[in-house]
Design a protein around this ligand. Sequence first.
Ligand code: NAP
Length: 316
Amino acid sequence: MPQVLDRTKQSKRGTNKENKCLSVKMSSSSSSTPSVLLNTGVQMPILGLGTYKLLLPEDVCRAVDAALVAGYRAFDTAAVYGNEADVGRALKELLPKHGLTREDIFITSKLSPEDQGERAMEGALHSLSQLDLGYIDLYLIHWPGTKGLEVDDKRNPGNRAQSWASLEQLHAQGKLRAIGVSNYTPAHMRELMQSCKIPPALLQVEFHPQFCQTELRSVCEEYGVCFQAYSSLGKGGLVTDPIVTEVAKNCERTTAQVLLRWSVQQGVPVLPKSSNPDRIKDNAKIFDFTLSDTDMGRLSAMDCGHKFCRDSAQVV
Ligand code: NAP
């Protein structure tokens, strides 16, 4: 059973042993996917639907519908994706059809780099009103930088701190049930841990066999921060990789399932995006098989520091 963490016992720097434990409940009941326990005591499904580039309301609706049927209970959006309102509307329409309520689902959204700093409160409140679902389960600072500022601009650290303080306030008011960051480097994580009142619950970054993020994972473990993967399929670019294809053939699974299983088997939550209902269904079938130690090792040995997305070190 996952350990329920007592926030009053957590140290800000995560030195408390309990704070390091982010248990994964991998046995799935019939109605839910496995979940991870965040350091706020909130359970987050280990599988969520990515929604980047789901632009038309009807595409969002079709994808959310297929995902709810397939057992997804988490959805990842962001102010910059331009689809928060469509995701919120789709969920409000579709939850009753599937016999679900708001409390059954977990919504993540993110602060736009345009709103980093003094506009953070306004930006987060805008996300809340766009989604219109009462509260947001997890709200992240999307990027460490501020739109329009150079990487080495001295205002960036102050803007990050100001954004975090706004998120802390909204968390205290119950509007954001958990708060975290995305695309932060180890240096950004250390900076945040020095100044925060509430430690981040989660860090969302690119993670797949070609980009294993060893240092960042250790930093998250040290601070008791849940490490979450995005672009697990390499934006689609890894589904034809020869090593992944060979592993998939051996275990009679699709390459996408192998890539996602490699992550969740290490306790790292995933957010595969698809606009295709068959793929959405296929990508959820990752809890009824196990990759052997040999296959896990072969996949992890693909690590070559290759990124499919922007480099966050360039957005300091
Ligand atoms: P991804 O999930 O690695 O890959 C998505 C691509 O793979 C799409 O082109 C999709 O095409 C294709 N695909 C999906 N399932 C497939 C399957 N079973 N077989 C073959 N192809 C398949 O990429 P991502 O969208 O970059 O990452 C996922 C989510 O993470 C995003 O949607 C977003 O929510 C989040 N994310 C966050 C950040 C951040 O800065 N925090 C950055 C990137 C992503 P179809 O749609 O045609 O199926």
